[in-house]
Design a protein around this ligand. Structure first.
Ligand code: ATP
Length: 344
């Protein structure tokens, strides 16, 4: 593993930094609660938002997210540790993420596996985690499917087809050149927020959420006979998230799936995955999990749990969000002189 780029002045205290977006408030609040100085790298239009919060010690203003590399040396000079979140790849792109020189919490080798839907699927399959059936070019579509463009996010770039005929018609108007066709699993979508500690080699479930997506989550409000003729198409645009406690009998499977994902990652990529990640699942009426995606970092649904969760309370006697859990791991690594184990 490459040595993290920490300032030569090791006596200088470490600071925790992130981009002002996505889960920045949670990450920086958690870092502050663990005693770190915090830095928010914010675009000009968001400076006033982040200035409202006292737990943010410093704001570094940039004109646009892609200017991040220009201020990297400032971060390195301040012994900052960057905590990546969903906006890093979205705004900086895979290349700039991988090239980042400032100390980065997490394993960058995971990025290549995560960003490619087929590699992701391969990882999950090797981990014997159940995934929806995938239809390859020329396969007969014998059940409802969802078609996903590569690079789709936040619920845009999909369509639903109930059979081959509908698929054949819709695909003609689909703009994406690269896409995957997946069985549409009917059930409850549930997002499990894990944290794997490479220091203690333990996996925690910190929280669970359910997304609220428009219009798919509201279609049931209009009976199907009244929908006929309206031409309503299901869409999956995320509106928000709500907390969820999983039926306790399903929890052991949730832990075991996460553990298999972690142990498989150690075979597939040097160092494997560590820190926060999320399995995006659908639970069928037979109470079977189907995993539609893995996010290898803190996810937006964890913002519900800034002051802890029913699961985090089972491990800690204080309010622990995923953001705070990251800071706790960094603090422990500093204390035990193992920072190199958790930074890239
Ligand atoms: P993210 O925003 O987390 O990056 P994404 O945009 O890549 O996600 P997915 O998570 O793959 O997209 O899917 C978006 C939504 O579509 C899900 O939240 C879920 O409601 C629905 N969905 C995706 N795949 C399936 C499936 N196989 N069966 C049923 N619903 C699905």
């Amino acid at each position: 593993m490459a040595a993290p780029n920490l300032s030569a002045n090791r006596r200088k205290a470490f600071k925790i930094a992130t981009l002002g977006s996505h889960t920045a408030l949670q990450i920086l609040k958690g870092a502050h609660d663990e005693g770190f100085q915090t830095i928010c790298v914010a675009t000009s239009n968001r400076v006033s938002l982040y200035s409202r919060f006292k737990f943010i010690d410093q704001i570094i203003e940039i004109t646009k997210f892609s200017d991040f590399p220009k201020i990297e040396n400032q971060l390195i000079f301040q012994n900052a540790i960057i905590i990546p979140h969903g906006s890093f790849v979205a705004y900086l792109g895979l290349g700039k993420n991988k090239k980042m020189k400032v100390a980065y919490f997490g394993n960058k080798k995971v990025l290549d596996w995560e960003s490619d839907r087929l590699k992701q699927r391969q990882w999950l399959q090797i981990a014997t985690v159940p995934v929806p059936k995938r239809f390859k070019k020329g396969d007969k579509i014998d059940r409802p499917v969802i078609v996903k463009a590569y690079g789709a996010a936040g619920g845009y770039g999909y369509f639903f087809a109930k059979n081959q005929k509908e698929f054949d018609t819709r695909i003609k108007n689909f703009k994406a050149r690269e896409f995957i066709v997946q069985e549409y699993v009917i059930g409850v979508p549930l997002y499990i927020h894990y944290f794997y500690s490479p220091l203690t080699k333990t996996l925690e479930i910190l929280s669970i959420d359910k997304r609220y997506e428009t219009n798919v989550d509201s279609l049931g409000r209009i009976p199907s006979q009244n929908q006929q003729g309206l031409g309503i198409e299901p869409s999956f645009v995320v509106v928000g998230n709500s907390p969820l406690a999983l039926r306790e009998s399903l929890l052991s499977e949730a832990f075991e799936m996460g553990e298999r994902v972690v142990s498989t990652s150690k075979d597939l990529m040097d160092g494997g995955i560590w820190g926060p990640f999320c399995l995006e699942t659908i639970i069928t009426p037979e109470q079977k999990f189907s995993i539609i995606e893995i996010s290898c970092r803190i996810v937006a649904g964890t913002n519900l749990f800034v002051n802890g969760s029913p699961y985090a309370s089972l491990y800690y006697d204080k309010e622990v969000s995923t953001g705070r859990r990251i800071a706790m791991e960094i603090k422990e690594a500093i204390r035990t002189n193992k920072l190199k184990k958790i930074l890239n």
